[in-house]
Ligand binder design. Structure first.
Ligand SMILES: Cc1cc2nc3c(=O)[nH]c(=O)nc-3n(C[C@H](O)[C@H](O)[C@H](O)COP(=O)(O)OP(=O)(O)OC[C@H]3O[C@@H](n4cnc5c(N)ncnc54)[C@H](O)[C@@H]3O)c2cc1C
Length: 298
C-alpha cells in the first residue's frame, strides 16, 4: 500500500482515525520538546502525524527535516503541510518533489496567512492566490501520489464575508481533488456539527475531521480566539479563570474539556480526530492517555 493510500485507509476505516499535529521547532529546546512528545505519543496507536509549514522567510526546510525525523526515527505516516506564501509554482513543485522523495504520504494544502505586519494575503506573482489552486496543482503534477487534506472553518475563515461564501469556496477547494477536510480548532462542538450539516447540504462528501486543542490557559485560548476566531464557551472561560493561578489545574481543565468534546464527537460518528498538541509532551500524553484509558476510540 502506498503511503497516500495508508492515510486514506485510516480515514475511511469505519472507526475514527487519530492524527497529531506538530510544528517544526526553531530552537534546541524546541527540538528536545518535539522529540520527547513524539516518543511519548508513539505507543498510542496514532494513525498519522502532520507537520506544519512556516509562515514565510527562512527555515521552511524544517518541515521536511522534522517530517523525516517523525517518519524515519518514530515510524509515523507523515502529512506535511504546505502553503502558497511567497512561493512560485516552480518552488512549490520543488518542495512537493522533496516530500515525495521523503516518502510522505500526505500534504495539507493551504494558502497560508499574510506575513507578519501585513493584513492582506498577496500571492507570489508566479504563485497561487488560493489553496484550491495548490490542490489542483498537486493533482495535476503528482496525480494520486499524495493524500490531500485542506482546511475548513466551522466558525468561518476570518477573512470570509460570511459562512455561506466560505463554504462555497471550500466546496470548490475540495472539488479540485482534496481527499478530506481538517477543521480549525473549536471549543464548542455545536459549531462543528452545524458546519458538517451545512457542508453535506452543499454537496461536500469527503471526511471532515475535527481539530481539537486542549486550552491550557485562558490567555492561550484568547490568543487563538483573536487569531483564528475560535470562540471560548462561557463555561470553559469560567473553569480556566478559576484555575488561572495553578498551571497544573489549568492543564487539567483544558484536557478535561477536550476529552468532553472528544467523547461527544466520537459518539456522533466523526471520521477522525486531529489533535493540536503544540509539541507539548505533558498535555499530549495526558490527552492520549485519557483517550486510551476511557476507550474513547473503542
Ligand atoms: C488544519 C489547518 C492547518 C493549518 N496549517 C498551517 C500551516 O502549516 N502553516 C500556515 O502558515 N498556516 C496554517 N494554517 C492556517 C491557514 O494557512 C490560514 O487559516 C489561512 O488564512 C487560510 O488558509 P486556507 O488554506 O484555508 O486558504 P483558502 O482555502 O485559500 O481560503 C482563504 C480565504 O480565501 C477565501 N477563498 C477561497 N477561495 C476563494 C476564491 N476562489 N475566491 C474568493 N475567495 C476565496 C476563503 O473563503 C477564505 O476566506 C492551518 C489551518 C488549518 C485549519
Amino acid at each position: 500500500m502506498s503511503d497516500a493510500n495508508a492515510i486514506l485507509a485510516k480515514l475511511n476505516a469505519g472507526r475514527p482515525s487519530l492524527s497529531v499535529e506538530f510544528f517544526p521547532p526553531k530552537t534546541e529546546e524546541g527540538a528536545r520538546q518535539i522529540l520527547k512528545t513524539a516518543a511519548a505519543i508513539r505507543p498510542f496507536g496514532v494513525d498519522f502525524v502532520s507537520i506544519t509549514y512556516g509562515a514565510g522567510g527562512s527555515g521552511r526546510d524544517r518541515t521536511v527535516d522534522y517530517g523525516d525525523v517523525l517518519r524515519g526515527i518514530f515510524g509515523f505516516e507523515v502529512m506535511a503541510h504546505l502553503t502558497c506564501v511567497g512561493h512560485s509554482r516552480a518552488e512549490l513543485e520543488t518542495v512537493i518533489s522533496g516530500y515525495a522523495n521523503s516518502g510522505f504520504g500526505g500534504i495539507m494544502a493551504l494558502r497560508g496567512d499574510p506575513p507578519k505586519g501585513e493584513t492582506e494575503f498577496k500571492p507570489h506573482p508566479e504563485g497561487f492566490p488560493y489553496a484550491s489552486d495548490l490542490v489542483a496543482f498537486i493533482r495535476q503534477k503528482f496525480g494520486k501520489r499524495f493524500a490531500i487534506g485542506v482546511a475548513g472553518y466551522p466558525e468561518k475563515h476570518p477573512e470570509a464575508p460570511d459562512a455561506a461564501t466560505d463554504l462555497a469556496n471550500l466546496k470548490h477547494k475540495v472539488a479540485q481533488g482534496a481527499d478530506f477536510v481538517t477543521t480549525q480548532l473549536f471549543f464548542d462542538n455545536a459549531h462543528y456539527f452545524r458546519f458538517v450539516d451545512e457542508a453535506r447540504a452543499a454537496g461536500i462528501t469527503v471526511p471532515i475531521v475535527p481539530g481539537i486543542m486542549p486550552a491550557l490557559s485562558l490567555d492561550q485560548a484568547r490568543k487563538f480566539h483573536a487569531f483564528c476566531g475560535s470562540r471560548i464557551p462561557a463555561e470553559l472561560e469560567r473553569r480556566l479563570l478559576a484555575a488561572d493561578a495553578d498551571p497544573e489545574a489549568r492543564r487539567k481543565v483544558g484536557v478535561d474539556w477536550a476529552v468532553e468534546q472528544i467523547r461527544e464527537l466520537v459518539a456522533k460518528g466523526v471520521p477522525g480526530l486531529h489533535l493540536y498538541v503544540l509539541n507539548r509532551p505533558d498535555s499530549a500524553l495526558e490527552l492520549l492517555g485519557r483517550i486510551k484509558s476511557e476507550k474513547l476510540l473503542g
